[in-house]
Write a protein that binds this ligand. Sequence first.
Ligand code: R5P
Length: 287
Amino acid sequence: MYIVPSSTAYNVSRKLASIFSCNVSGVVRKRFPDNEMYLKIIDDVHGEDVLLVGNTRSDSDIIEYLLLLDAIKEEDPKSITAIIPFFGYARQHMRYNNGEPVSSKVFTKAINQYADRIITVELHDEQTLDYSDVQFENIKIINPVYNYFKNKNIDFVMSPDDGGYERAKIMGNKLGIPAYYIDKKRIDSTTVKMILPEEDYENKNVLILDDIISTGGTIIKASNLIREHGARNIYACAIHGVFANNSNEKIERYVNELTVTDTIETKYSNITVSEEIAASLKSKISI
Ligand code: R5P
């Protein structure tokens, strides 16, 4: 078995290689004079089970991922598993307005041309799974988050919106503490008001748990509100730390601790998803 790492997922690639005691293939990356991407897989993956590990966060990540898929396929491997720790473009999983593309479908269909299966982590919406003609698993990251927070004396888990309440409830159950969600009320076309559930926040340790932090607006607003109600420590945690426009720097001023997983590798990636990905793989191919 070989792992081919895209440039966006070296850590998860290395961790998977150590779990499975397999090789990580070298990849030559260059730019042509006109800036088009040149890639070449160095190792011979002919007849091998190949795991392509990489994110599809930026447009150039997507090009890299697709080119690597083709490079692998051209070598006639035994199988290709597309592992995408952070599946970008997943928030446009349906047509919200006429004239729009279904972005997550476009990418899923493209991968289907090459891969025997797709594994991703905490997709924004599972509707994307329905667009695939090959096996497509969305892994939920529960135990690694639980293990990280179990000794931190958290008093309750808060989802910053009702959409994430299920995740907060699961974590609350595991930690043996209550879980709540913040109600969002639209005031006008540009203003959304957050309403905290009526609980005692005085001196409490609160874990705010979300699927993704991008601009940080959601986490900052929620943290501010919880702090105003007297909380002592605020732990902000998300599965995917996108941190658009370096929003991490701002978030750090509002929370006591910021933690994300390594689906996107950042200095806040205190939790790894590699063991969960490995467990999913073991159930799919004989390794
Ligand atoms: C919303 O549905 C998501 O769960 C996140 O709360 C949201 O995408 C976070 O985005 P931002 O960091 O830009 O507020």
